[in-house]
Design a protein around this ligand. Structure first.
Ligand code: UD1
Ligand code: MG
Length: 404
């Protein structure tokens, strides 16, 4: 099976200068969510259809086996899938088609969809969900035998069809040959004269080809992000999913509503996260730590076990060894903090000289007095003490360190 991700929209409803699918949710773009999913279900061959005008400057790392094609004129989702044909060459198997703006589809659901498609040998198997306020989604139209006969887009739906709550989630398995045959005969439709991928369902059903579907019990995973309001909703859903995973694994989260943990974070058992804490991507936190309230842990930070980090503490690109205590109003950037170090209230690493960042090393057991400014690059030796309010910088004459 090969995957095709459609990601070439104009971002009109997003009002953004860059592609909608590059907008991030907890440190990861919507497109990366979809890419991670297809890799997780074992599909190694894929094509992403993009629009070069709003793609430039994007830093998405594409996995091996995933190619990019451009859709020059944005003529709809049906036209977008046609662009992938050249990349797929003579491929004659099944294709999984996903939209780059549906980041919350779970791998479990994708596996079930693929499984259903394989066992039923239908020409198309698609994912549906039941949504109470389905505005904006394509509606699933079934006949009296409950077979799917077509998908009607909101703009073209009759009053009766608008009341249908079963929607098209925008994930499909197609037999490649059948879908490309259907696409070749599509007519442009709707106010924007677009070719709708959803019209292939009608085309196939009319020719007696089997259309199957699976229905997800969790409509949240089907969210399609078309606007910034949708993005905020998707963010809340992703947030709860991430927090739930940590709580199930034994991390204490005192107030889920004010805690934000990004993707690509690990946290050990019995660590407690206090309210209003933000933990960004690429952060490792050990066991039995206390983090927050009001802490911000930024990328490139490793916090070992039994560390206490209190209110108004910001840490970036740093390693904090076990037993360290950093409890009040601090900024530590590019620092290496030793075992059991005590960092007094208001300590600041002056890590940036206007051109480059520099490293601060604090040895095991050191005691940093309140309000110390550590002018990097600087080394505080094991067990050393700095006085409250001191400024510690490198002594150019002795190459040692001086306190003022
Ligand atoms: C689409 C479906 C709708 C479904 C909904 C699920 C169609 C016609 N409609 O509507 O039935 O309920 O998704 O979220 O497919 N794109 C291109 N090229 C284009 C246009 C779009 O690559 O010319 C890409 C977009 O980047 C986007 C995806 O296709 O990721 C879907 O397009 P979008 O405009 O968001 O479609 P919806 O109106 O959400
Ligand atoms: Mg959409």
């Amino acid at each position: 099976m090969a995957a095709v991700i459609l990601a070439a929209g104009k971002s009109t409803r997003m009002h953004s200068s860059f592609s909608k699918v590059l907008h991030k949710i907890y440190g990861k773009s919507m497109l990366e969510y979809v890419l991670d999913d297809i890799r997780a279900i074992g599909i190694n061959r894929g094509v992403i259809v993009i629009n070069d005008q709003n793609w430039s400057g994007s830093k998405v790392k594409l996995p091996k086996g995933v190619r990019v094609v451009f859709q020059k004129k944005l003529l709809g989702t049906g036209n977008a899938l046609l662009q992938a044909r050249s990349e797929l060459g003579n491929f004659n198997g099944d294709i999984l088609v996903l939209y780059g703006d549906t980041p919350l589809i779970t791998t479990d659901t994708l596996k079930k969809l693929v499984e259903k498609h394989r066992t039923s040998r239908a020409s198309c198997t698609l994912l549906t969900a039941t949504v109470k306020k389905p505005a904006g989604y394509g509606r699933i139209v079934r006949d009296e035998k409950s077979d799917i006969v077509k998908i009607v887009e909101e703009a073209e739906a009759s009053l009766y069809q608008k009341m249908i709550e079963e929607i098209n989630a925008g994930v499909y398995c197609f037999r490649a040959r059948e879908v490309f045959r259907a696409l070749a005969s599509l007519k442009p439709r709707g106010p924007k004269k677009e070719y709708y991928l959803t019209d292939t369902v009608d085309f196939m059903a009319k020719r007696g080809l089997a259309i199957e579907a699976i229905h997800t019990e969790n409509p949240d995973e089907a969210i399609g992000v078309n606007s910034r309001l949708d993005l905020a909703r998707a963010q809340t859903l992703a947030k709860n999913r991430i927090l739930r995973k940590f709580m199930v694994e034994g991390v204490g989260i005192i107030d889920p509503s004010t805690t934000h943990i990004y993707n690509d974070v690990t946290i050990g058992q019995d660590t407690i996260i206090y309210p209003f804490t933000v933990i960004e991507s690429n952060v490792r936190i050990g066991k039995k730590c206390k983090i927050g309230p009001f802490a911000r842990i930024r990328p490139g930070t490793v916090i070992e076990d039994e560390v206490e980090i209190g209110n108004y503490v910001e840490i970036v690109r740093s390693r904090i060894s076990s037993g360290a205590v950093i409890k009040h109003r601090c900024f530590l950037g590019d620092s290496r903090v030793g075992l059991g170090v005590n960092i007094g209230a208001g300590t600041t690493t002056a890590n940036y000289d206007g051109r480059k960042t520099h490293i601060t090393k604090i040895g095991n057991g050191a005691f940093i007095g309140s309000g110390t400014i550590l002018v990097a690059p600087v080394v505080i030796r094991n067990g050393a003490v700095t006085a409250a309010g001191s400024v510690v910088s490198k002594d150019k004459k002795t190459q040692g360190h001086k306190e003022t």
